[in-house]
Design a protein around this ligand. Structure first.
Ligand SMILES: NC(=O)c1ccc[n+]([C@@H]2O[C@H](COP(=O)([O-])OP(=O)(O)OC[C@H]3O[C@@H](n4cnc5c(N)ncnc54)[C@H](OP(=O)(O)O)[C@@H]3O)[C@@H](O)[C@H]2O)c1
Length: 337
């Protein structure tokens, strides 16, 4: 089969680490994987692209032991073969799959518990962008018990996780605050349902305080890590919960425990990729009785034949035969309400 692979590079970052760029990816011939016990082989029709794939390409987010070195956390496609001990699935089933890796390929092996039936009437390219963000947001909000009526802040509302989080929290009946880097993205997030969209270049902590009458947010979903640790704790309400899922702002921060004590607040961090299989299966929206709804996403103009954006917005070549999972206007997103 063919897959997107990453050629080694001589390029190094400030710490001397080799960081392959988009120019290092290629459409190469690799061995077709075989499904083991409890696994399905899926013929991939479309693969979603997440920030974590871009980190993996740069060598900054290696897969867990035993998982394919190929990028790709989510695909849609057709079940091509089943390993032993798989029940409830048949060859030819149209599926959406959550992976720990291996999706940027013609075939991917998926633990059967991480398959969902492809919802009827949904564009496969759109469907390929949903399951990773849905499982991330829903599992983390369950973890900290987000409920209707609470105030929820998500950083980076215009990103993949952010877009889903805004719509999910709004659907739960929360007041939704978000942060963004540009006015256009703030406007876009308000269009998705955010009550308040703050510019993260400004004093967003003051913005949160103002929007909540000084109370702060009950739940914060953070993609920045160290850089925002203290600011996030300052922005929490009494009894508030901070969930960290990204480290775009570094991994080592300083925490004023006195503030946590005074607020009786919780700080937690999780990773979807490294969870055990049975937990992951429970995190799938289907495991929660999820349905489908029409909600909006960011228009994405990189259709087939376009370019794969770099993590800083740069552009690199797209190998033939690979379609980027687009976040399209009026896309169908998984709804877990
Ligand atoms: N732990 C897990 O299980 C898990 C699962 C999925 C994703 N993640 C992590 O979650 C993060 C988001 O993933 P994604 O796929 O949604 O990436 P993405 O689409 O590239 O979004 C990144 C977001 O970060 C925002 N951002 C950048 N600098 C910021 C700042 N200073 N303040 C606030 N927001 C800022 C961006 O906002 P602008 O575009 O407005 O600049 C953008 O919305 C990544 O770090 C990813 O690794 C973790």
């Amino acid at each position: 089969m063919h897959a997107i692979t990453v050629r080694p590079t001589e390029k190094v970052d400030a710490k001397g680490r080799h960081r392959p760029g988009p120019e290092n990816i290629e459409w190469a011939e690799v061995e077709t994987p075989e499904p083991g016990p409890g696994e399905a082989l899926v013929k991939v029709a479309a693969a979603g692209m997440n920030r974590a794939d871009l980190l993996q390409r740069q060598g900054l987010y290696p897969p867990p032991a035993g998982v394919s070195e190929i990028m790709g956390f989510e695909v849609v496609g057709t079940v091509a073969a089943l390993g032993p001990e798989v029940t409830g699935w048949a060859q030819g089933d149209q599926v959406v799959a959550l992976l720990a890796g291996g999706g940027y390929a013609e075939y991917a092996v998926v633990p059967a518990g991480q398959l969902l039936h492809m919802p009827p009437g949904v564009d496969p390219v759109v469907a390929s962008t949903l399951v990773e963000v849905a499982a991330t947001v829903i599992s983390n909000m369950d973890h900290v018990g987000l409920t209707g009526g609470e105030t929820f802040l998500v950083h980076g509302g215009a990103g993949g996780v952010g877009q889903f989080a805004i719509q999910y929290a709004k659907g739960l009946g929360c007041t939704v605050l978000t942060t963004c880097g540009t006015d256009a993205k703030r406007e876009f997030c308000r269009g998705l349902g955010a009550d308040v969209a703050l510019d993260y270049h400004e004093d967003w902590v003051a913005g949160v305080k103002e929007a909540t009458g000084g109370r702060g947010a009950d739940v914060i979903l953070d993609v920045m890590g160290a850089k925002y640790l203290g600011l996030n704790v300052n922005s929490l309400a009494t009894g508030g919960r901070l969930v960290i899922i990204g480290m775009q702002g570094g991994s080592r921060g300083e925490l004023n425990i006195g503030k946590l004590l005074a607020k009786r607040a919780l700080v937690t961090a999780t990773s979807l990729r490294f969870r055990p299989l049975e937990e992951k299966a429970g995190d799938l929206p289907s495991g929660r009785g999820a349905g489908l709804a029409d909600v909006r996403g960011r228009p994405d103009h990189s259709g087939p034949g376009g370019d794969l954006p770099d993590h800083r917005g740069g552009r690199g070549p797209r190998p033939a035969g690979v379609r980027r999972g687009a976040r399209q206007d009026r896309a169908h997103l998984l709804r877990a309400l």
